[in-house]
Ligand binder design. Sequence first.
Ligand code: PHE
Length: 341
Amino acid sequence: MEFDLNKIKKSAQEAIEELASPEKLEEIKIKFLGRKSELTELLRSLKDLSIEERRKLGPKLQELKKELERSFDKRLKDLRISHSTLRERIDVTKPGHKITSGHIHPLSKIEEEIEQIFLSMNFSVVEGPEVEDEYHNFDALNIPKDHPAREMWDTFWLRQNEIKNQKSKIKNPEKLLLRTHTSPMQIRYMEKNNPPFQIIVPGRVFRYEATDASHEINFYQVEGLMVGKDMSLANFKFVVEEFFKKFFGSQKIEFRFRPSYFPFVEPGVEVDIKLGKSGKWLEVMGAGMVHRKVFDAVGYNPNDVTGFAFGLGLERLAMIKYKIPDIRLFYSGDLRFIKQF
Ligand code: PHE
């Protein structure tokens, strides 16, 4: 039988020295001392040798086995100790790093609150497209092309790519824009649904105007629309007062309804609120009874149905509730602002 005990010993000991992790060391231990190792094979084959040879070789093999086991155990112990001293070098008296967690944006939070309140009053939440056509954003809402009222909404028009209908070769007459309010969703919803219903439409709107502390080129609105039979401004007043009372919680709140003008309502009103004792009047929403022309546009019979609509600005409500001085803070991406909510 050909073998070299010294060679086995040498290569095992070299491997032991090289290893730096206890896990790797266990692997190597299996390689040199495991059931399939050269040494174990040799020990197993002793039974095929003559008594004389066995006497000579047996003790040597046993001795080598013990020696390697000792080396492994010692190295393992050393490594474990050095690992734990490494760990102990961490200074546990040092202040730790604060774990930073993500934040819900204050506008998302407010939107969620508003939705919950209206859901509790049996309203449904629906959404519409941010890219609109002129018809839904203006015409169907009784804002004709050359009517001065259109100036109320500074509009971002989208460049037209002469979208052609391949078959008829007729240019698509639709002019596209970024919706200037959430009111076009009134039209879209009524085109597809029949009264009675009550919905709110939260969403982003765009205005082509200079920014300042109270104006942004994009902001969020929540549209409301309730249509049925024999609805009146009294119904509107109840729903809106109920909403604001819930939204501002325990604060004392007063309401004022002022006549106003929007082409898609008649009569039109503006709602002001006053919070607490010394507060001043703040304008919070435009509203009114849905105009007959709007019902006409969606194919409802204006003699059969009535309804009210309102639109409020999400940032404005958030600014009032949390005393935020500048609308631009919502879009600044400044974490010092966001983290307060
Ligand atoms: N869409 C109007 C605006 O953006 C608000 C409004 C909505 C007014 C519904 C009346 C009814 O100014």
